[in-house]
Design a protein around this ligand. Structure first.
Ligand code: 5AD
Ligand code: SF4
Length: 454
């Protein structure tokens, strides 16, 4: 147990400040926002500066060992500060909190709150309990996850994440997510639409629908909606100009969804669907449920049904038993598909997963070489693909001025590229045309196209 006892009294007028740092995926970022939204109901305000925070929450990820290491060291670094200021509250939420709850309480007695992946919507009550003293553990896995929130509390004015499902029913052999986030739970269409409408009324133009395995959305709802029917419903919400979604498992991706994306003007031409490997034998060991040729078939279908679509993927290198030939199959897939973007991860053993029972036999230096090799290849591909865009006109949703130079605006095009150009800050939230004049691998630069030429 920690130092416990009553917390020092603060002036009733001073708002208490919460600092939340998210590790890992977009779902985690959103869960952090939902926790802040709950806390705001009891007077907490968000701060971006942890040194002035009364409550520090690490919203953690367990997908790789390294993500957990970072949190252990961040927690360790707060030990001294807590000793100097016992009124400081420290919380851990997310996948690592779920997985390592008792270890966190044991190794980090200065931590006040450990809140798992299904209890964070009660963060207000959990913090109130912690304020009364003692460590609070909230890691139950049963029950409904109430993701309703105050839509006005969010970091971006014109873009927002919306949770449409939680958990995952698959058992990819390397993945800890089904353990930390539990089985799939779908959110009813009416709830999602209600939130999207309220977001649109508050100025949001682009929504990103989030689910760990979003292509199976709806299978547990009575009316059996699909992601395609959900996209159609969200498309009708006035004010929303763009719809994106994450993450697609190729195993569950159907041509019907691609057709719907092609038909709906507001559905963005961007598909993130992780291949993980280009080798059939590795895919089998990963228990991914598709082959290289099925993956390539889906890429071709996406390009046919949604002309101009940008494809993005994740890859794991150094999966147990990955031979040089298997790695070369992944390399050739990356060269063949021509992704807009890829994320490459060195395999990391996750305790309790099926792959943890197989020897982690690819040496670390080989994993690093393969990782760098894929990233180098992709950089060449991305630069080439971007160069082909010089002279073309892209449609950009403007976020606002860049951090470095207030006279320049930054936004995203339909294919999720960052676009930078000169313009008035009043354009934030607008959809504008930009003529691309030069490019780097990650960014397009250009000039605003006047309205008369649009
Ligand atoms: N080791 C390395 N990378 C992993 N990922 C998931 N589990 C592991 C693991 N055990 C990667 C996958 C996934 C991304 C979010 O993280 O590529 O798509
Ligand atoms: Fe993990 Fe596979 Fe589920 Fe994705 S689909 S969350 S990789 S188990």
């Amino acid at each position: 147990m920690n130092s416990g006892g009553q917390r020092s009294l603060r002036p009733a007028t001073a708002p208490r400040k919460v600092f939340v740092e998210a590790f890992g995926c977009q779902m985690n970022v959103l869960d952090g926002e939902l926790a802040i939204s709950k806390l705001s109901e009891t007077g907490w305000v968000r701060t971006q500066d942890d040194s002035e925070a009364d409550l520090i929450i690490f919203n953690t990820c367990s997908v790789r060992d390294q993500s957990e290491h970072r949190v252990w060291s961040r927690l360790g670094a707060l030990r001294e500060r807590k000793a100097m200021d016992p009124s400081l509250l420290i919380g851990v939420m997310g996948c690592m909190a779920q997985r390592e709850a008792s270890e966190i309480l044991r190794r980090m007695p200065h931590v006040d709150i450990v809140c798992g992946t299904r209890r964070f919507p009660s963060m207000d009550a959990i913090v109130e309990r912690a304020e009364r003293g003692g460590q609070v553990l909230a890691v139950e896995t049963d029950g409904f996850v109430d993701v309703r929130r105050d839509v006005t509390i969010r970091p971006d004015r014109h873009r927002a994440f919306v949770s449409v499902m939680r958990g995952c029913d698959h058992k990819c052999s390397y993945c800890i997510v089904p353990k930390t986030r539990g089985p799939q739970i779908d959110r009813p269409v009416v709830d999602i639409l209600d939130e999207v409408r309220r977001l649109a009324d508050d100025g949001v133009r682009e929504v990103m629908l989030l689910g760990q395995n979003i292509n199976t959305y709806g299978r547990y709802l009575d009316e059996r909606p699909t992601l395609a029917t959900l996209l159609r419903a969200v498309h009708e919400v006035p004010g929303i100009a763009r719809i994106r979604f994450l993450t697609s498992n190729p195993m569950d991706l159907r041509e019907e969804l691609l057709r719907t994306m092609g038909e709906l003007p507001k559905a963005c031409g961007y598909l993130h669907f992780p291949a993980q490997s280009g080798s059939d034998s590795t895919l089998r060991r990963m228990r991914r449920g598709y082959t290289r040729s099925r993956y390539l078939e889906l890429c071709a279908a996406a390009r046919e049904l949604c002309p101009g679509i940008e494809l993005a993927s994740d890859f794991i290198v150094g999966f147990p038993g990955e031979t040089e030939d298997e790695f070369q199959a992944t390399r050739s897939l990356v060269a063949e598909v021509g992704f807009k973007q890829i994320y490459v991860f060195k395999y990391s053993v996750r305790p309790g997963t099926a792959a943890a029972a197989i020897a982690d036999d690819v040496p670390e230096d080989v994993k690093s070489l393969r990782c760098n090799d894929l990233l180098d290849l992709q950089e060449t591909v991305s630069a080439e693909r971007n160069r082909a865009k010089i002279g073309s006109r892209v449609e950009v949703l403007v976020d606002g001025p860049t951090r470095r130079d207030a006279s320049r605006l930054s936004g995203r095009d339909d294919g999720n590229s960052t676009v930078i150009f000169e313009g008035s800050p009043s354009l934030a939230g607008a959809l504008v045309g930009v003529r691309v004049t030069w490019v780097t691998a990650p960014v397009l630069y250009g000039d605003l196209v006047p309205d008369s030429e649009r």
